[in-house]
Design a protein around this ligand. Sequence first.
Ligand code: TNX
Length: 553
Amino acid sequence: MSTIPSPSPAATPLPTGEPSAATLARAAERTAGRLLAPSAPHRLADVVPAPQRVEPGPVEAWVLPSEAVVVASADPAALAVAEQLAELLRPATGYPLPVTDATAPEPAGGIALLLDDTADLGAEGYRLDINTDGVRLTASTAAGLFYGVQTLRQLLPATIESAVPVSERWALPGGTIIDAPRFPYRGAMLDVARHFFAVEDVLRMIDHLARYKLNHLHLHLTDDQGWRITVDSWPKLTTIGGATEVGDGPGGHYTKADYARIVAYAAARHITVVPEIDLPGHTNSALVAYPQLAPDKIAPPPYTGTEVGFSYVDPADDRTYDFITDVLGEVAALTPGPWLHIGGDEAFKVKGETYTGFVERVQRIVADLGKTVVGWHQLAPAAHLDGRVLQWWGTNGEDPTTADAVRRGARLILSPGNHAYLDMKYAPDTPIGHDWAGLIDVRKAYDWDPGSHVADVPTTAVLGVEAPLWTESVTSLTDIELLLLPRLPAIAELGWSPRETHDWAGFRDRLAGQGPRLAAAGITFHRAPEIPWPTTPTIPGQRPAPQADTAPR
Ligand code: TNX
């Protein structure tokens, strides 16, 4: 089998009158022999995260033809998802896949995307029907269509992830999937403060989130080692506070345009950005830039180590709250999503009523900006405020203080340190990462239930899950991917899939099927030994992806 000789698939549709791509593929196969292992037929249920309901039909119902059209409801949001689908499929197939609209889209031998607000599928649900006539995807919202597209993508052969054309039978299993998430909040966090990451790296991480139907990206924008977002009214936060990071690196920061680019890229993938300004601790970089915020009004030296808990803004000075109002106001104005995360963790030097008084004042600033406050669960003892969300990162589910805050109205995002922390090592020999919360192999990341994890917190108070990636030891995109994959899909499944589908053996096998996809897409992942990874197909013309713990540093 050979590649279709075209470096730019979208630009070179097969001319009419020429043999079809399928004919070409067969001819190429005969003459060149097969370089690729035959693609095993995919089962309709081979999807991560596991869908709510799968009704399999014929093992192979339909093969995407080279002349397929993607037809969508005549609505800009539906057409945008149709275009995203076509963009996903064009590079590997080399097919033109034109996108058209219709009032009542029908597959007609291609793919139809229907936006139907009378469909009873929920805000993020979708229905996918695959039969001999093609693919029909139905949802009440563009987000639902987008998630259906992610499922469809996983049902095609793994080589669909190739950036260059591959000769392949683009076969799909038949049947129906009806799917919707268990929890409304499914997220991951990237700490861009300990080490700064370029916008492109963040965009690539957003792609990984989208693949597994996550819908929130939490950016930890400030910490002792660096301040990463421009604040016009306090410019030295970035010019001085942004110029450092852990170790000797140059740091960096996002301009407002950079941040807007991240927000827009995420929004196009139905992902909401949750910005965090960590207060009152984790603020050394701000104190270096503006000593008047410091309790002793003396600028501390810049900090590039990895200790925590030593810095804090002066809770007794009104100017601190003016600063916070300005900063949160500017960040809120750049952020279309409802959330503002105010940190609150490890403020070891601001105790008792001073701490709760500070938090209550900052919670009100957030509410006055029209945003919903999120903070680490250390916020729990402070007074409740409408809508408040606590991000729980404990390692022991017996937490009466958090349970009490929930009784007073708080909702929880679950990020248990010993299951969901992506900066923990997989095994003692993982080259980067921490182990203070223990080692987290894929099974440990998967085997817990967000709905019942914290004692005396009912499932109804759980907004969802988030996998945080702290970056004290993470310095490159390769590092990010190594720690993210394949644990992110485990956390994504806990956030999306109904509890009844929870099954380690089944998950392990479905996850194994992701290996060739990630490899074909050139994405680094940890070849966790407990997962039965299949042999990765070689895609002609593409460098093999780095795959091991030993990825180049
Ligand atoms: C604890 S988790 C922290 C972070 C560190 C992390 C390292 C949390 C809210 N605070 O400041 O980066 O541990 O794992």
